[in-house]
Write a protein that binds this ligand. Structure first.
Ligand code: NAD
Length: 254
């Protein structure tokens, strides 16, 4: 183990084109020792190498599917061996496939719950005891405004899974608050990246910035990364158990 004065952040699904990798980059710029985990092995290593070249210090890449309970435990053990513990956890892994309820394949339902909800549980289950040993920490779970919406555009499985993430956040915060650990969630609206074109129909994006957003644009992964960084920091020391919407006014909540 190498000791480091920096805080250690563990980010899931951190090597894609969207929110996860923006959070990794933001935390790297904030001097965290970042552990980049992602189901995509090559991109995971490539991002760690890019950050190493940029900041001239080590970043740990761990290929990881969050649905693998034992795999998550192994990953957390690797991080403890690397830097002695975890100070910040970001559960960003999510998956969805749009199907109406009455046509939904059982596989779609199970996979969505497995990645979005069980994956978040798996990481909390293995990281929180490490944070307790360390004497504190902070968690951000990425939920979605789909948890609050009444529209059909995200599908029941995704909405139910993300609502589960919000409830999990609230109760986890109550359970571990006495250990100096805060647990919050973020519920983004549309945060554009090109991969979304494969998931949502074209109509979903048409006029979104002009008609639905109240700030004249769609969201950027960096918008969510900035809020994540704040919630993880000591400046958010009085905030726990909350889910913060970030949707450009599409679905204000509270
Ligand atoms: N993009 C949006 O509009 C939006 C809106 C609300 C919520 N969210 C949530 O934000 C998070 C990030 O979404 P994004 O769209 O920015 O994509 P992203 O690019 O951050 O995530 C894609 C990455 O997730 C990885 N991944 C997929 N399944 C995985 C698994 N089982 N284990 C580990 N890694 C896995 C992929 O390999 C890929 O690298 C998700 O939880 C998503 O549900 C996104």
């Amino acid at each position: 183990m190498t000791t480091s004065p920096r805080k250690v952040a563990f980010v899931t699904a951190g090597a894609g084109a969207g929110i996860g990798s923006a959070i990794v980059r933001e935390l790297a710029s904030q001097e965290y020792d970042v552990v980049i985990t992602d189901a995509h092995e090559r991109r995971c290593h490539e991002l760690a190498q890019t950050l190493q070249d940029t900041y001239d210090r080590e970043f740990l890449a761990i290929p990881l599917d969050v649905t693998d309970f034992d795999g998550v435990k192994d990953a957390v053990d690797q991080v403890v061996a690397w830097r002695g513990g975890v100070d910040a956890l970001v559960n960003s892994a999510g998956w969805t496939k749009l199907q109406p309820l009455i046509e939904m394949e059982r596989e779609t339902w199970l996979r969505t719950i497995d990645v979005d909800l069980n994956g978040t549980f798996n990481c909390l289950r293995h990281v929180l005891p490490v944070m307790i040993t360390r004497g504190g920490g902070s968690v951000v779970n990425i939920s979605s405004i789909a948890a609050w919406e009444t529209s059909t555009e995200h599908g029941v499985a995704y909405s139910a899974a993300k609502a589960g993430v919000t409830a999990l956040t609230r109760v986890a915060a109550a359970e571990v608050g006495e250990h100096g650990i805060r647990v919050n969630a973020i519920a983004p609206g549309l945060i554009y990246n090109d991969f979304l074109l494969k998931v949502y129909p074209e109509e979903f994006f048409e006029g979104y910035a002009e008609r639905r957003s109240r700030v004249g644009r769609v969201g950027k992964p960096e918008d969510v990364a900035a809020l994540t960084s704040f919630l993880l920091s000591d400046r958010a020391g009085y905030i726990t158990g909350e889910t913060y919407g970030i949707s450009g006014g599409v679905l204000p909540h509270g």
